[in-house]
Design a protein around this ligand. Structure first.
Ligand code: OAD
Length: 231
């Protein structure tokens, strides 16, 4: 078993960390998956069938992200870098961790700010939060798609993310229902002796060995971070 690094924190986040920035979660009441069918907007088959509908769904997500600002939880996570080596591993496709100042962020499910070629997946373009429309092409002349992991596709960065967990002295999980694998399975990689915290409102199966601090991210995370910075 690798030795533990007490100065290293892995922060693992989901949609709940951005809820207080005004971005909808997926599975809460009025969450995105209560208003859209996954099969219509978030699968490769949906994009093949009706690319305009899928692009419109993600343009709406971008419009919301353009109007959103990082909240106190994103900011507190960024501040931890003043004293710790911090790796943020997020299931979110928004860029609020980066905008809050976190410098080491791994996105497991892709990013709204990136587009990728449908002809050559190695061609990835940074486009900010501008709309992506039918007719927007890669340099080889093929339609661009969101660089988002759709259901049925391989999760990006899962192995580097797993490696980050194993020696972290602290693991902080924020705002996720832990229902989507393989992302949720990463928690099992945490070191036996690490300090483990879960900050979220609802979770069906609280992970073993995690201290569940039930509450809103923007309230709970800043006080936890303050204690760690003062320790
Ligand atoms: P979910 O919508 O499944 O879960 C959101 C979690 O955040 C729930 O546990 C809520 O109780 C909690 N929550 C809501 N508001 C909160 C707040 N203000 N403070 C703290 N917690 C709060 O979202 P994820 O777990 O992120 O994937 O979903 C995982 C993946 O499922 C997403 O990345 C997305 C989705 O399908 C893809 O689209 C590939």
């Amino acid at each position: 078993m690798p030795s533990i690094n007490p100065q290293k924190i892995v922060v693992f986040t989901g949609a709940g960390v951005s809820a207080e920035s005004g971005l909808k979660t997926f599975r809460d009441n009025d969450g995105l998956w209560n208003n859209y069918r996954v099969e219509d907007v978030a699968t490769p088959e949906a994009f093949a069938r009706d690319p305009g509908l899928v692009l419109e769904f993600y343009n709406q997500r971008r419009a919301q992200a353009r109007n959103a600002q990082p909240n106190a939880a994103h900011e507190a996570i960024a501040r931890l870098e003043e004293k710790y080596e911090v790796v943020v591993i997020t299931q979110n496709v928004d860029d609020l961790h980066e905008r809050a100042g976190s410098t080491n962020v791994l996105h497991l499910h892709g990013l709204l700010t990136e587009a990728r070629s449908t002809a050559d997946p190695s061609l990835i373009y940074e486009r900010g939060l501008a709309d992506l429309n039918l007719g927007d092409l890669c340099e080889k002349g093929s339609q661009l798609r969101p660089n988002i992991v759709w259901f049925g596709e391989m999760v990006i960065n899962i192995e580097p993310a797993a490696r980050e967990f194993v020696d972290a002295g602290k693991v902080l999980v924020v705002g996720t229902s832990l229902q989507v694998y393989p992302a949720a399975g990463l928690l099992k990689k945490a070191h036996f002796h690490s300090e483990k915290y879960l900050v979220t409102l609802e979770v069906d199966y609280p992970p073993r060995h995690f201290k569940w601090m039930r509450g809103k991210a923007a309230s709970v995370v800043p006080s936890l971070a303050k204690n760690w910075l003062q320790a």
